[in-house]
Design a binder for this molecule. Sequence first.
Ligand SMILES: *[C@@H]1O[C@H](CO)[C@@H](O)[C@H](O)[C@H]1NC(C)=O
Ligand SMILES: *[C@@H]1O[C@H](CO)[C@@H](O)[C@H](O)[C@H]1NC(C)=O
Ligand SMILES: *[C@@H]1O[C@H](CO)[C@@H](O)[C@H](O)[C@H]1NC(C)=O
Ligand SMILES: [Mg+2]
Length: 308
Amino acid sequence: MDPSKVFYGIFLLIVLSTRKIFQVNCDTEETMGPQTKRVAPVLKQPKDIEEVINSYLTPNSKLAILLDYDGTLAPIAANPNITSMTVEVEKALHKITSNPKVFAAVISGRGIVDVQNKVGIKNITYGGNHGIEIQNPDGSRKDYELPAEIQSNYTELVHDLRRQLAKNGAWVEDKRVSLTYHYRDTPADKIENQRLEAIRIIESHGFRANQAHFAIEAKPPVNWNKGEATKFILEQKFGKNYANEGNLKIVFAGDDTTDEDAMRVLQGIGRTFRIASDPKMETYADYRLPEQQLMTPLLQYIANIYKD
Ligand SMILES: *[C@@H]1O[C@H](CO)[C@@H](O)[C@H](O)[C@H]1NC(C)=O
Ligand SMILES: *[C@@H]1O[C@H](CO)[C@@H](O)[C@H](O)[C@H]1NC(C)=O
Ligand SMILES: *[C@@H]1O[C@H](CO)[C@@H](O)[C@H](O)[C@H]1NC(C)=O
Ligand SMILES: [Mg+2]
């Protein structure tokens, strides 16, 4: 046999089989990879939520429930100072957190003291600054350490923003490791300039600028987010193997892109809910809730299971 033909045959075989492998890989990644965003089933009615909750939780299962605050526990208000939970949500949350089978955490972009005061329930682990600071009910804390250079850039950033852009009704909320530049009281014709200038200053200090509701958030350039915080909180409470603990159920709800990190971490090991009105929005969550008000029945059904 002609050796060059054999060589060519082997070459062809290799090419074909690698193509096959690549194709399989692509398929898995696009359609069934555990880390994929897609349009999630929507729960429009309280009875849809009841079905999901009742088929997942039983009074005997342990529950870890992790929640966002703004836009999730409380509706978004024009001024973040005046947000609050409805009486029904507060009642349900009190009931849930007083059951010994339940562990509860609230993780927010607010500073930790701010979110603790807003929720006002003692028996909860709080995460502030998207989980950069974490405090347990017994007072123990975990503070993600910013590298020294980022911390010193932060101090300068607060200083520069205040000096140059705290004007025309705009102000800087200093949350110790991240900040929010608020301009909702700024006259309409001045907003665009100040907004763009704020983003420029934030980025010149190496921070990430995110658009929020009449505000720009400046976050430190670190790989710590609500997903990492969620993992940390669950490991600290239930051990490294929390995902394989058969009797532990995990529920998460949030309304924002920053919550997606937690939903991704919890894919396949809990029930996660993304509040969003856009029917085409892609998410890591298991379900979409089209409006914040549906958090009330969600929490009430859970409270009902853990009523004790
Ligand atoms: C509430 O709003 C005022 C100005 O409108 C601001 O000075 C204050 O820091 C705000 N408090 C919080 C917690 O955001
Ligand atoms: C607080 O929660 C723990 C479990 O996380 C529970 O054992 C305890 O009874 C709760 N205490 C109160 C006062 O609700
Ligand atoms: C800190 O700020 C300086 C500019 O003031 C910038 O060159 C540097 O990259 C920043 N450091 C980090 C870690 O982002
Ligand atoms: Mg939110």
